[in-house]
Design a binder for this molecule. Sequence first.
Ligand code: SF4
Ligand code: SF4
Length: 293
Amino acid sequence: MNGLIFDIQRFSIHDGPGIRTTVFMKGCPLRCAWCHNPESISDEPQIAVYRHKCIGCGECRSVCSTGALADGPEFIDRSKCRTCGKCAEICPNEAIKLIGLSMTAAEVVDTVMRDAIYYETSGGGVTLSGGEPLRQYEFSLALLGELKKHGLYTAVETCGACSWEKLEAIANLTDLFLYDLKMIDPAGHLRFCGADNSLILDNARRLAAHGSDIIFRVPVIPGCNDSPNDIIAIADFIISLPNTPLIELMPYHRIGRGKYEALGMRFDLTETCEPENVDSIKERLREMGMEVI
Ligand code: SF4
Ligand code: SF4
């Protein structure tokens, strides 16, 4: 069985304890307005064009048989593109990339095990992220099973929008969940993330009751979920869970904006969260008795 992977990031220190490798998987059920990994949203491979890197050699056009590049890479006709990847292969300056590589679980394991010594010495391991790893449930289950056979500490970053049965099966092979929690208000969640959040909140409750280790990751998005009411609602929800899981605030940044253009996607959010705003929210959460990282 193959999974569709868009990046394998070595030496990650932000996706769980120690030194880790993070495996980024394609496909997500949500459509968060602030998503900084737009290449993760689609379940299919995609072509990204980085115009600033193009040197105008024309090689890509010469190998494209569908006419998608007839007017040059900056004017790619995505309706004609079959994502064969030939243009990306031949481009001498990495101005075109194929996003999404089909890999078996064994191939991913071979790749991540190259850094086994670092996991061992740092208390690290492997994190599945995305996108939403449970969007490729069968593959994630197989991959986690293989990682466990190698004795690795596993983490899964999830938005929780999946069936409980699948999440429970994944939980039995996962040491730590990084659980993305955007907001509690259902109308706001529907508006900014494109889906109702009742399943996400239910799964969070069940996962906590199941005894899983959880860090709730909250992106702080100005004008979307950073009002006092939003923050207090998130804190109240987490405090109500067994063993009061940790909370990690994720400041909003603009890093992903160039990716939208490369993928031919629109990006509508314009604001950024100032660090002092995140610091003041952290302070408020600590006053409520939460452990914030
Ligand atoms: S991926 Fe294939 S079909 Fe699409 S633009 Fe490149 S060469 Fe053409
Ligand atoms: S092959 Fe790369 S550098 Fe050459 S024209 Fe195409 S995108 Fe530009």
